[in-house]
Ligand binder design. Structure first.
Ligand code: HEM
Length: 315
């Protein structure tokens, strides 16, 4: 094994300082904020939103919630801020000075958060009525956002170092073999269950699968892996721990066991990613071809809608 691959294996298997903790906490707080904000608007506006267009002007909440009312307008501004935030991620790829700020994956996390929040905020801004240019922009945004979920999954399937040609395919295989050896020496996990977890479909079969089936198959393997990991963990659990770990789906307090399980799960995930790598790269490429133009179509329609409101004197 090459020295670089050996270092990478050591980095993966040994516990290291968690440099991502701060980002994870901030991200979770932002998700909580997004969910609470949307829920608050939904609860406050529920009796208004369910009225027909004819009845709405008679509601006491109409002057607040209509798109040009104080809350409606504020939601529109929030939508514009999210819109700008979402497009900072692709813009960052072209602006060198912006590219130097922060990590790309953190920017993508924020892009995803904003991309998931924006359709809800815009839906409330439009009072759940989607007509004209704004309605078209909304549905395109909704489709882009939904397709983003698939894109995010694919993004995670392609090792970044492979895409940047830093880590060759050979090194990835070395990494995988080394993890297998590590697990064999640990002898903490029952061999039969370990084999089940690491069993993968045949490479030729995978290569022949139509792309949509390959995508679904990858997702199924991820779910199967979760169950395989839980089964491995259950071997070491007491009755009480069965409950506290929800039948092995959550980690235990046993550090050595968790380390071994983590290494096994890593290896299974890596094998799957390797096996499907060429398929995921192909789908991800196709996905970009769809996500990008639709995003720009949405941007043009959204800008047209905002421009029209200027002309009509709402600002
Ligand atoms: C209003 C919604 C959204 C818009 C307008 C939007 C727009 C964009 C644009 C313009 C790109 C750059 C495409 C390229 O460089 O080829 C992009 C990339 C991406 N977006 Fe979105 N997006 C939205 C929502 C989402 C959501 C909700 C997710 C995930 C759940 C997501 C995941 C991604 C991923 C994974 C990438 C590719 C990252 C990469 O290859 O560097 N997007 N998005």
């Amino acid at each position: 094994m090459s020295a670089t691959a050996a270092v990478r294996v050591a980095e993966r298997v040994k516990p290291t300082v968690d440099t991502e903790r701060g980002h994870r906490i901030r991200l979770r707080l932002l998700y909580v904020l997004a969910v609470v904000t949307n829920l608050a608007i939904f609860v406050y506006g529920f009796d208004y939103y369910k009225l027909s267009a004819m009845d709405r002007p008679f509601s006491p909440k109409h002057h607040m919630l209509r798109p040009s009312g104080p809350i409606g307008l504020y939601l529109g501004f929030m939508g514009v801020a999210l819109f700008i935030g979402i497009f900072l991620y692709p813009i960052r790829k072209h602006w060198a000075w912006l590219g130097q700020i922060g990590k790309t994956r953190h920017w993508l996390d924020i892009h995803v958060l904003m991309g998931l929040t924006a359709p809800f905020i815009i839906a409330f801004h439009s009072t759940l009525k989607f007509r004209g240019i704004a309605g078209m922009a909304f549905w395109i945004m909704f489709a882009v956002s939904a397709s983003g979920v698939v894109g995010r999954y694919l993004y995670a399937q392609i090792p970044r170092r492979v895409t940047t040609v830093e880590l060759s395919m050979k090194e990835l295989q070395e990494l995988q073999e080394s993890l297998s050896r590590e697990l064999a020496t640990q002898r903490l996990l029952p061999e039969a269950d370990l084999k089940d977890l690491l069993r993968m479909p045949n490479a030729q079969q995978v290569a022949r699968l139509p792309i949509p089936i390959a995508l679904i198959y990858m997702m199924i393997l991820d779910v199967v892996r979760m169950f395989g990991v839980a089964r491995l963990r259950r071997h070491a659990l007491s009755v009480g721990e069965y409950l506290t770990t929800l039948f092995g789906f959550f980690p235990t307090q046993h550090r050595e066991l968790e380390k071994a399980i983590h290494a096994a799960a890593e290896e299974a995930a890596l094998s799957k990613r390797l096996l499907f790598l060429s398929r995921s790269q192909k789908v991800f490429h196709l996905w970009h071809v769809v996500h990008k133009p639709f995003s720009y179509a949405f941007a043009v329609l959204a800008l047209l809608h905002i421009g029209l409101q200027f002309v009509l004197g709402y600002f």
